[in-house]
Write a protein that binds this ligand. Structure first.
Ligand code: TMP
Length: 206
């Protein structure tokens, strides 16, 4: 059984995941925890190569949705074997920027693939491992996209229309409702200080 805690952060683009993760890291370190930050897609050299491929806005051909789904899980298999599982058994608090919930939100709700395929791949690749805590930074996609577009060049997902992210957001909120013990939903439209207060209160409980 892993002895560290596994925390995942989810939300649409521009919801403030990166800022939240920096705060979480500082808070956990102040509590004397061993902390490791990672992300999906990515997290190991091979999984980062897959990330480049799936996020690049200039792929040589259109990436089919099924191929996109399998690439997400290929990276995840590598990430789990080489980083997540060893880090958890070594007692780290692992903070992961996105995990399987993102696949349900983006590939199922966003791209329209049936959830049964993701459930099948989840069982195959992830087994019974689930995050101890999933923080969902919830934000109106119009606000999030405006924020993320100010940051620079758009990746393949950021080029999608607001309607795509509305579906992604709804899927995240439904998942949070279905699993209230694992998810904490944070209103990301609040001030930075209020978001940080919410994060601290949630982490104190954990
Ligand atoms: P980000 O981590 O920089 O926010 O970008 C990663 C992008 O990849 C984001 O648009 C969501 C997308 N994604 C999926 O579509 N499926 C997944 O399973 C994961 C982990 C990410």
């Amino acid at each position: 059984m892993p002895s560290g805690k596994f925390i995942t952060i989810e939300g649409i683009e521009g919801a403030g995941k990166s800022t939240a993760i920096k705060y979480i890291e500082a808070y956990l370190l102040s509590q004397g925890k061993k902390v490791l930050l990672t992300r999906e897609p990515g997290g190991t050299p091979v999984a980062e190569e897959i990330r480049q491929l799936v996020l690049s806005p200039n792929t040589k051909e259109v990436i089919d949705s099924k191929a996109e789904l399998l690439l997400m899980f290929a990276g995840r298999a590598q990430h789990l074997a080489r980083l997540i599982l060893p880090a958890l058994s070594a007692g780290n608090w692992l903070v992961c920027d996105r995990f399987v919930d993102a696949t349900y939100a983006y590939q199922c709700a966003g791209r329209g693939l049936a959830e049964k395929w993701v459930a099948l791949l989840e069982e195959f690749v992830v087994g019974s491992l689930r995050p101890d805590l999933t923080l969902l930074l919830d934000l109106d996609p119009a606000l999030g996209l405006a924020r993320s577009r100010r940051r620079g060049p758009q990746d393949r997902f950021e080029k999608e229309k607001v309607a795509f992210f509305e579906k992604v957001r709804q899927s995240y909120l439904e998942r949070a409702q279905r699993e209230p013990n694992r998810f904490c939903v944070i209103d990301a439209s609040q001030s930075l200080l209020t978001v940080q207060d919410d994060l601290r209160r949630i982490l104190e409980k954990l």
